[in-house]
Design a binder for this molecule. Structure first.
Ligand code: NOJ
Length: 613
């Protein structure tokens, strides 16, 4: 049996978030960074509109989350990251905020929020808010004021610029720079009121705040303090490495379509980013209770930069969310899809493990609300759905860093079978489709890319049961439930001790109880093997060996260079029902013994062994 078995559905909640415990303790047996509470924590991301509806309007809400907290407690997660629930026109599903200190009516009220906090805390679960302060909504009073006149006291709170010199304001090509927005088209919007342009790195309804202005920074810090005073446990900071821009705003190199330039070198990890984050730390977090969590979402961040951002001595953020490994199946851009090569994945994740080994900390994830479902993308969502979902979980959760689970991932939820262009709702997908059609791209190719890569794949409602709307709502869901919910749903999985859900639960428990998982050193083996992902973790006298077969074929375990003999090692956890004994060497006859007495790996099989000494 797995070493961390507990009876399904009865695992005890963790202790209530406790600020009396010291936030760091020195790990006696390793020379790396001091141990911090989040080394053994697991974060669960909720995308509220798709999680659980409580009032039959077809949109998930705060009371729905409260009703499902026991699911999260049974899973054993420590922290919930809540995607935005603030007042918003919902142009980008809440990442366009019009009031940072109120809850959008569609999600509930501040009272509901307080109750969620209380009920989560009672189950030992912390709540981390999404902090979206690179931009606001264009309906935020700050922007409404700013756009009203060139003399507005808030004019300089955003990036306003005149047309390119010598060009007619509003004319084609007169934008102040050639930058492309993340959601297609120019990153500048011409505004008739004053005849100038404002910058929006995302949609035109998401104008960028000007962090050069100290009043903006103080307003943001005051808002953050207000939430912390209310009891929230930290922030996941949306595209936070975009807040410092090169103020000379140079043009970028032309991008794939040739229509726009890539401005990212001029706004990713810009000149004042470390200064701003250190100031934020001083102004918001210094002197507060221990055990808050700060996570910086940072597209394009390098390992070297991440070391600086997450070095505890520098007081910036606890960890960054980086994107390198989820870009490995992209060609020239996100919609140019290509199959993932396992060798590339190992090289990337291995480099991040090595780069943050002695300073800083990793976030670990396959999924979030911006990514297609991992089992469809990196696994096999057909015949080996269950095995490959568990394999992906095993590999990720055994790395060094804090794992993130995106809602439904613990059920092995899959991508959505989109019928046609009209099935996509996300602004990024809709804008891309429209712009691709304007450019004359082949609609079948564009649809194929959208089916694989659209963020909408992550946004279908959580599948709670096999009823018509999967238990998500009694009304008409804002986004159709995946037709496979009769087979893939929480009710079935919680009742089945061999389900994906219980595999995740065991992995979380392993991280809670095993210091090697939380803090052990990471060592990648066989980096060039095309289908075998293999690594060790070690702390003091103990080591873990993780083996994962990323293929639908049986795989003999090759020699593991430099490794001691793993024959006879105890099986800690695996994704196939264990045979008698279940140690290394067991089942060898049935599965075919490979080098060192380790049984061959069956299709999409993952196993973790332990050795002491
Ligand atoms: C990153 C968020 O994860 C994404 O969903 C959003 O569209 C952009 N930032 C803009 O806020």
């Amino acid at each position: 049996m797995p070493a961390v078995e507990t009876t399904p559905g009865t695992s005890q909640p963790q202790t209530t978030p406790d600020s009396s415990q010291p936030e760091t303790s020195t790990s006696p047996s390793r020379t790396g960074p001091a141990r911090r509470w989040f080394h053994s924590a697991v974060v669960y991301q909720i995308y509220p509109r798709s999680f659980q509806d409580s009032n039959g309007d077809g949109i998930g809400d705060l009371r729905g989350i409260i009703a499902r907290l026991d699911h999260l407690a049974a899973l054993g997660v420590d922290v919930v990251w809540l995607s935005p629930v603030y007042a918003s026109p919902q142009d980008d599903n809440g990442y366009d905020i019009s009031d940072y200190q109120d809850i959008d009516r569609m999600f509930g009220t501040l009272d509901d929020f307080d109750e969620l906090l209380e009920q989560a805390h009672a189950r030992g679960i912390r709540i981390v808010m999404d902090l979206v302060v690179n931009h606001t909504s264009d309906e935020h009073p700050w922007f409404v004021e700013s756009r009203s006149s060139k003399d507005s006291p808030k004019r300089d709170w955003y990036w306003w610029r005149p047309a390119r010199e010598g060009m007619e304001p509003g004319a084609h090509g007169a934008e102040p720079t050639n930058w492309e927005a993340s959601f297609s088209g120019s990153a500048w919007e011409f505004d008739q009121t004053t005849g100038e342009y404002y910058l929006h790195l995302f949609s035109r309804k998401q104008p960028d705040l000007n962090w050069e202005n100290p009043e903006v920074r103080e307003a943001v810090y005051a808002m953050m303090r207000w939430w912390l005073d209310r009891g929230v446990d930290g922030f996941r900071m949306d595209v936070i490495n975009m807040i410092s821009k090169d103020t000379s705003l140079p043009d970028g190199h032309l991008t794939h379509g040739g229509l726009h330039g890539d401005g990212s070198p001029h706004y990713l990890c810009g000149p004042r980013i470390h200064e701003f984050l250190q100031e934020m730390h001083r102004e918001v977090f210094e002197g507060r209770k221990d055990r808050l969590l700060t996570v910086g979402e940072m597209p394009g961040v390098t390992v070297g930069e991440a070391r600086l951002f997450t070095d505890p001595e520098r007081r910036e953020v606890d960890m960054v969310f980086q994107f390198e490994h989820v870009g490995l199946d992209h060609g020239a851009h996100k919609w140019d899809r290509r199959p993932l090569q396992l060798v590339d994945l190992k090289a990337s994740l291995g480099r991040w493990q090595a780069g943050l080994a002695d300073t800083g900390w990793n976030s670990l994830y396959w999924n979030n609300h911006d990514q297609p479902r991992a089992v469809s993308r990196f696994g096999d969502d057909g015949r080996y759905r269950v095995e490959s979902a568990k394999l992906l979980a095993t590999v990720l959760h055994l790395h060094r860093g804090t794992p993130y689970i995106y809602q439904g991932e613990e059920l092995g939820m899959t991508n959505v079978p989109f019928a046609g262009a009209e099935s996509f709702l996300d602004i990024e997908s809709v804008n891309y489709y429209d712009s691709a059609m304007l450019r004359g791209l082949d609609s079948d190719d564009v649809l194929r890319a959208l089916r694989e890569g659209s963020r909408d794949n992550a946004r279908s409602p959580v599948q709670w049961d096999g009823s018509p709307h999967a238990g998500f709502t009694t009304g008409e869901p804002w986004f159709p439930v995946n037709p496979n919910h009769d087979e893939i749903n929480a009710e079935r999985e919680v009742a089945d001790p061999d389900s994906v859900f219980h595999h995740y639960r065991r992995l979380i428990e392993l991280r809670h109880t095993d210091p090697v998982v939380a803090d052990g050193d990471f060592h990648m083996l066989l980096p060039e093997h095309p289908t075998l992902y293999v690594f060790t973790r070690s702390l003091g006298e103990e080591s873990l060996l993780v083996l994962a077969n990323f293929s639908g074929d049986e795989l003999a375990v090759p020699d593991l260079p430099g490794q001691p003999d793993w024959a006879g090692a105890a099986l800690v956890i695996g994704n196939y029902a264990p045979g008698p004994g279940a140690g290394a060497g067991a089942d060898a006859e049935a599965a075919g013994e490979g080098a060192g007495g380790l049984p061959a790996l069956r299709p999409w099989e993952a196993r973790v062994y332990r050795r002491a000494g």
